[in-house]
Design a protein around this ligand. Structure first.
Ligand code: AMO
Ligand code: AMP
Length: 650
């Protein structure tokens, strides 16, 4: 088959209009459009082509009964899905009853008199359509085709609008956009670093920034009192639906500012974004909640406050219980750092759900909370007449039963779940997760687009977190976060460290952590006390952050900032669950790009240049991976696709 392409007729590659804009106001106009063949139907000689581009779809009609269409019609015969065409013709109204009210161009069609095939296409591995369920592995392998689908086109546009609105807002508030290096030094945000070997300095490495944290603080020291950047961040951590190894932040830092001013400034930005992208006003100021309250009521530092099923503390009810599970949890013990602590017994309740949950359902839920460290999940069903049915019923005294009834205002049909543990964190994590699962099962959690968005500032975070395995404190946010003024002395004195609260805040939207930030330490004394609390020796601090500590001593303004996760924000605005769906080229859970096949090996010379050799275990692992890949050959087998798909989705 010979086909004329743009090489034969170089001029026919331009368009007068896009595929998404022609309406009845263009009727009788002579136009030229370009796009991809989305559908081709042959109706007894008349050919209909749906031509698609970024802007929309236009129906192109080729009617062979018209002598001037004959040549174009013949060309259209050879056209297949995803060919790129140039079409010229007259806009006309679609016949009565043939309109498509779902699209802007639905009332018109292009009566085509001239066609050029600008580019032929191989048969695509899947149909470019939102209607079909396509394996995600396949989608990611052919991402450039996947991105042609209208839904992804929309998500990518939404992401652009988000960034563009943020830029405009920040610029109108005197912020300067300043780029910071990618090849840099470790910036601790709690994940592992990605490292890059240096050819010019063999044996030395750059680390890709987990965030531009120290750099933006240095810019404050330089006097750029309002900075922002759409910053690429790199974190080598376990990936999930809301985490990618590289992602973007709207990264912000300001000087001479307190929490009370940062909140309205950021609420202004979020409002502008919401209005520009979704055309909706949102209510400000946003609600605020202390970390402790969020944990006690919702078992989470990023609570979805759109539904109830709140946690209740039952420790006082079971204070004197002889039931082993409760007794162990409530016993006083001394933790490694010498502090006395006691766990708790807490619950969540579903009203009137008792009959809907079978033994099997309850067992499954118990297994689920096990993932969060809970050693069990106790349930109570309130039967007719107030009788409590539970695996632990025989351990409940009459007094405990009465207190429980009163505390939870129990009624027939209620279903209570309890977790007890000597470590409060386990109880919160398990019940917080259970609350979400139950909320989902019970249909209590609206989609992001339904109803009002629930914004919430979570404040008063602990500054430090005790890592009992490592036997020391870690920074809950990062080591540059300032303690709240009322706790500053305790940090300096190294006293009551677990109670020291941070001037840190997260912005939560519908249970998603959208942004995090803090006011920063701006004096050496506090910074040194922080390193002491973190058990970082002066030598280690010097090696890791010497440059930063030096800078801190040359006139550092009080400053603070925040960073929004672009993908998480865009995902909510787009109404999708996974941030992969708002990224042009995302990675799988194993950190791979299925399209380009990254990460991949480098030539031995490249390793030599940077002074490196692969260890025997790395070589072995690579060989095994290569063998696995060869077995599956270049074509991905269906089974593999399915397996990868599960991996990608989980
Ligand atoms: P933090 O680590 O809380 O703070 O990150 C800020 C926001 O970035 C997003 N985010 C991610 N998005 C996708 N994939 C990931 N792996 C990922 N990790 C984080 C989240 C999060 O709220 N430098 C500090 C900010 C500051 O103190 O100003 C920081 O990076 O939406
Ligand atoms: P066991 O004696 O371990 O079989 O537990 C008796 C009941 O208590 C079972 O229903 C367990 O699910 C429950 N259970 C055990 N440990 C806990 C715990 N830490 N919190 C809540 N329930 C528990």
């Amino acid at each position: 088959m010979t086909m004329s392409t743009h090489r034969d007729s170089p001029k026919k590659t331009v368009r007068t209009n896009t595929c998404g804009e022609l309406t009845v106001s263009n009727i009788d106009q002579e136009v030229e459009i370009c796009g991809w063949v989305s559908k081709r139907r042959d109706h007894g000689g008349v050919i209909f082509i749906d031509l698609r581009d970024r802007y929309g779809m236009t129906q192109v009609v080729l009617d062979p009964s018209d002598p001037q269409v004959k040549e174009a019609h013949e060309k259209a015969h050879q056209v297949r899905l995803e060919y790129v065409l140039w079409c010229k013709g007259k806009v006309r109204r679609r016949p009565e009853g043939m309109g498509n009210p779902k699209i802007t161009t639905g009332e018109i069609e292009l009566f085509c008199t001239d066609v050029e095939v600008l580019s032929a296409a191989k048969t695509p591995p899947f149909q470019i359509s939102d209607e079909q369920e396509i394996s995600e592995t396949l989608r990611l392998k052919y991402r450039y085709l996947d991105l042609r689908r209208p839904s992804l086109q929309k998500n990518i546009r939404t992401r652009h609008q988000l960034i563009s609105a943020a830029r405009r807002y920040l610029e109108s508030h005197d912020f300067l956009e300043i780029e910071t290096p990618i090849l840099y030094k470790s910036t601790p945000e709690g994940a592992r670093d990605f490292v890059v070997p240096s050819r010019l300095n063999p044996g030395d490495f750059y680390a890709l920034p987990q965030s531009p944290q120290t750099l933006k603080q240095l810019l404050m020291i330089s006097g750029f009192d309002r900075y922002y950047q759409i910053a690429r961040c790199f974190r080598d951590e376990d990936l999930r639906a809301d985490r990618q190894p590289e992602f973007s932040q709207i990264d912000i830092e300001t000087s001479f500012i307190e929490e009370e001013e940062i909140f309205p400034l950021m609420e202004g930005m979020v409002s502008q974004i919401w209005k520009e992208v979704l055309g909706q006003e949102i209510e400000t100021p946003f609600r605020q909640m202390h970390f402790q309250e969020a944990m006690e009521r919702f078992g989470s530092d990023k609570p979805d406050i759109r539904f109830g099923v709140e946690l209740q503390d039952l420790s006082s009810v079971f204070e004197k219980s002889e039931f082993r599970v409760f007794k162990t949890a409530l016993m006083k013990s001394t933790s490694k750092n010498g502090n006395e602590r006691r766990g708790s017994v807490r619950s969540v309740m579903l009203s009137g759900a008792a009959e809907r949950y079978s033994r099997k359902d309850l067992d499954e839920l118990q297994e689920w909370v096990g993932r969060y460290g809970a050693k069990g999940l106790l349930w109570i069903k309130v039967k007719e007449g107030g009788e409590l049915q539970s695996p632990a019923a025989k351990f409940f005294t009459e007094e405990e039963k009465a207190e429980l009834q009163a505390k939870l205002a129990l009624q027939t049909g209620d279903l209570v779940f309890m977790v007890a543990d000597p470590n409060d964190t386990v109880v919160f994590d398990a019940l917080g997760a259970l609350r979400l699962v139950l909320g989902k099962k019970e249909g209590l959690i609206p989609k992001h687009h339904e109803g009002k968005p629930a914004f919430l500032w979570v404040t008063h975070f602990p500054l430090l977190e005790y890592d009992s395995e490592a036997g020391r404190f870690a920074a809950r946010h990062h080591p540059f976060t300032r303690p709240r003024a009322e706790h500053a002395q305790d940090l300096l004195d190294g006293k009551n460290l677990e109670k020291v609260e941070a001037a840190a805040y997260d912005l939560v939207l519908n249970g998603v952590e959208l942004a995090g930030g803090s006011l920063r330490i701006y004096d050496m004394e506090t910074q040194e006390a922080m390193f002491r609390a973190l058990n970082i020796s002066p030598e280690e601090a010097e090696e890791k952050f010497g440059f930063f500590l030096e800078a801190l001593q040359y006139g550092t303004p009080p400053h603070g900032g925040v960073a929004f996760g672009v993908e998480r924000f865009a995902a909510i605005l787009s109404g999708v669950d996974a941030i992969r769906d708002v990224m042009a080229f995302p990675k799988t859970q194993r950190g791979q790009c299925l399209m380009a096949g990254t990460p991949s090996s480098v030539a031995p010379e490249q390793l030599v240049e940077v002074g490196m050799t692969l260890s025997s275990s790395a070589l072995k692992a690579r060989k095994e991976a290569a063998l696995g890949a060869a077995k599956n050959s270049s074509k991905i087998s269906e089974k593999r696709i399915e397996k990868n798909n599960e991996e990608v989705k989980s």
